[in-house]
Write a new protein. Structure first.
Length: 264
């Protein structure tokens, strides 16, 4: 196995740890969403934030591209515990949620049952989306790619966009810059690259020794836009994000018809 693929597998294992130890904080990193602090009010706020996100995304799609947009089949890549998947099910005929963490998927199933959501399928994720065949007229991923090393993330972006139907829409968020001092960058690199350094940091922060690091990665937008052009995915809107100094962008894309299917 190549070093890159071993590192990717290690990354997946870290997210399974989040799924077991701290699934809600793993999705939205606010102190109130830690497992030890979570209460019914915080849980309601957590899912309300997902519904607000879906409302905003569909409002922007309908304003800037398709006023009557209602997907028949949607994919939520990195669905976690269902924060966005569940409200997506209210505006889509069918939703497929995929995640690398089996524990996250188990938690999502509980919430789908609690909310009486019957049009969601929750499946394990891999880089080829093997468990979720077929195409989608809406593909969505938010605060997920930023945790995936860019070399792997670029391959995943290609995979996701190839699954979008002609004239379908994709909404993908990724990070491209970090506002941090050289010292903070070095500390993050050490924690990401040296398990012992992360263990020491956990001790200093009062966390369990094996608590996973929430790694963040930045993407080269030149490389990302090359992928978009090659796959004929046209941006029609964008929105900037800032998560604690990690600057990102949400790309709103439409998959252009292939030349053979165009009348012009």
């Amino acid at each position: 196995m190549s070093p890159h693929r071993q590192r990717w597998r290690d990354t997946d294992a870290e997210w399974e740890k989040f799924g077991r130890l701290d699934p809600y904080f793993g999705v939205a990193s606010a102190e109130k969403f830690h497992s030890a602090a979570l209460n019914p009010a915080a849980l309601q706020e957590f899912f309300d934030s997902g519904r607000a996100h879906v409302d905003e995304v569909f409002g922007l799609i309908r304003k800037h591209s398709r006023p009557d947009f209602r997907p028949q089949r949607a994919l939520d890549f990195g669905c976690g515990v269902g924060r966005i998947t569940i409200p997506l099910a209210e505006v889509c005929d069918q939703v497929v949620g995929v995640d690398v963490s089996a524990s996250m998927l188990d938690e999502a199933r509980k919430h789908c049952s609690r909310h009486q959501v019957n049009n969601v399928e929750l499946l394990p994720s891999d880089d080829a989306l093997t468990a979720a065949p077929g195409t989608f007229d809406f593909v969505h991923s938010f605060i997920v790619l930023q945790h995936i090393p860019p070399r792997r993330g670029e391959l995943l972006i290609r995979t996701l966009l190839r699954r979008v139907t002609e004239n379908g829409i994709a909404v993908l968020q990724l990070t491209y810059h970090r506002r941090a001092s050289p010292r903070r960058r070095l500390l993050h690199w050490m924690r990401r690259s040296l398990p012992a350094a992360n263990s020491v940091a956990n001790i200093l922060q009062g966390r369990p020794l094996g608590y996973p690091l929430m790694a963040m990665h930045t993407y080269d937008l030149n490389r990302v836009f090359l992928i978009l052009q090659e796959l004929e995915c046209l941006p029609f809107h964008l929105r900037f994000t800032d998560h604690g100094g990690h600057l990102g962008v949400v790309l709103f894309l439409v998959r252009q018809p292939s030349p053979a299917s165009c009348s012009w």
